[in-house]
Design a protein around this ligand. Structure first.
Ligand SMILES: Nc1ncnc2c1ncn2[C@@H]1O[C@H](COP(=O)(O)OP(=O)(O)O)[C@@H](O)[C@H]1O
Ligand SMILES: [Mg+2]
Length: 221
C-alpha cells in the first residue's frame, strides 16, 4: 500500500540547507501497522507530510496504492489525497466555529447530499463513542474527545491509509491508551494501513512494526 524508495527531503532557510530525510525506504502492505519514534526534530512530521502528499520529496519515489505520486499534478494529487489518506495531528485541526457533527461531515459535503453526509458523520461519531457530543464545539470537548472527533473526521472519506502524528502527545497516559485502543480497533475494522508516530514506547510496541527515525533514515527496532 505504501512504498517509499530513497526518499530525501531538506529545507533551506536563510541560505542554509538542512537535510531532514536522507534516504528513507519503507514498504507497508495493506492493513499493516507501524509505529515511528524519534527525537524531536528528527523529521517524523516531515515524513508524515510527505506520505500525506502535503509536501513533495526532493528525491526518491513515493507510491501509494501502487500509484506514483510524483506523476500527479497538484489537482489530481489533492483528489487522490482526499480519497486515500486520513491524518490526525497532536493538536486537533478542527474548525472552532463548527460542531463535532459539522466538522466530521464537512469533507463529505462536497459531492454528497447534505442529509447523507450528516447521517454518515453521525454514525462515525457514534463509532468513536461520541453519540452524545454531536452538537458540541471543539472547545466544549475534552482533549480525548477532540481527538476522537479528529479520528472520525480522518476516517469519514474511508481512506486506505491512516497517519497519526503524535495523536496522544497532548493527553494523559490513560486517555492516550483509550485513543490508541480505538485506533487499533478502527484500523482492524477498516483494514487501514496505519503509521502511528509517538513518544510513548509502550504505545509504539502495540503496532506490529516499530521504527526509529534517526540521521534521516528509518531503523527497525
Ligand atoms: N516547513 C519547514 N521549513 C523549514 N524547516 C522545517 C520545516 N518543517 C520542518 N523543518 C525542520 O526540519 C526538521 C525536522 O522537523 P520535524 O519533521 O517537524 O521533526 P519531528 O516531527 O521529528 O520533531 C527540524 O529541524 C525542523 O526545524
Ligand atoms: Mg513532529
Amino acid at each position: 500500500m505504501l512504498a517509499l524508495s530513497h526518499i530525501a527531503k531538506s529545507y533551506t532557510i536563510e541560505g542554509r540547507t538542512i537535510p531532514v530525510l536522507r534516504d528513507v525506504n519503507l514498504e507497508l502492505p495493506a492493513g499493516a501497522r507501524m509505529s515511528l519514534i524519534g527525537k524531536s526534530g528528527a523529521g517524523k512530521s516531515t515524513l508524515i507530510s510527505l506520505i500525506a502528499t502535503i509536501e513533495r520529496p526532493d528525491a526518491g519515489t513515493l507510491r501509494i496504492g501502487g500509484e506514483d505520486t510524483a506523476a500527479m499534478n497538484d489537482r489530481k494529487l489533492s483528489r487522490f489525497r482526499n480519497a486515500m489518506v486520513g491524518i490526525v495531528f497532536q493538536f486537533h485541526h478542527l474548525l472552532p466555529e463548527f460542531t463535532a457533527l459539522e466538522n466530521v461531515a464537512m469533507p463529505l459535503l462536497i459531492g454528497r447530499r447534505v442529509s447523507e453526509a450528516f447521517s454518515e458523520a453521525r454514525a462515525m461519531l457514534g463509532r468513536v463513542g461520541l453519540a452524545d457530543r454531536l452538537e458540541h464545539k471543539p472547545a466544549e470537548l475534552s482533549g480525548g474527545e477532540q481527538q476522537r472527533v479528529s479520528i472520525a473526521r480522518a476516517l469519514i472519506m474511508r481512506p486506505k491509509v491512516l497517519l497519526l502524528d503524535e495523536p496522544t502527545g497532548n493527553l494523559d497516559e490513560e486517555t492516550g491508551l483509550i485513543i490508541l485502543d480505538l485506533v487499533l480497533s478502527l484500523a482492524d475494522e477498516h483494514k487501514l494501513t496505519t503509521l502511528f508516530v509517538t513518544h510513548n514506547k509502550s504505545f509504539a510496541r502495540r503496532m506490529e512494526r516499530n521504527y526509529e527515525l534517526k540521521d534521516g533514515m528509518l531503523w527497525p527496532l
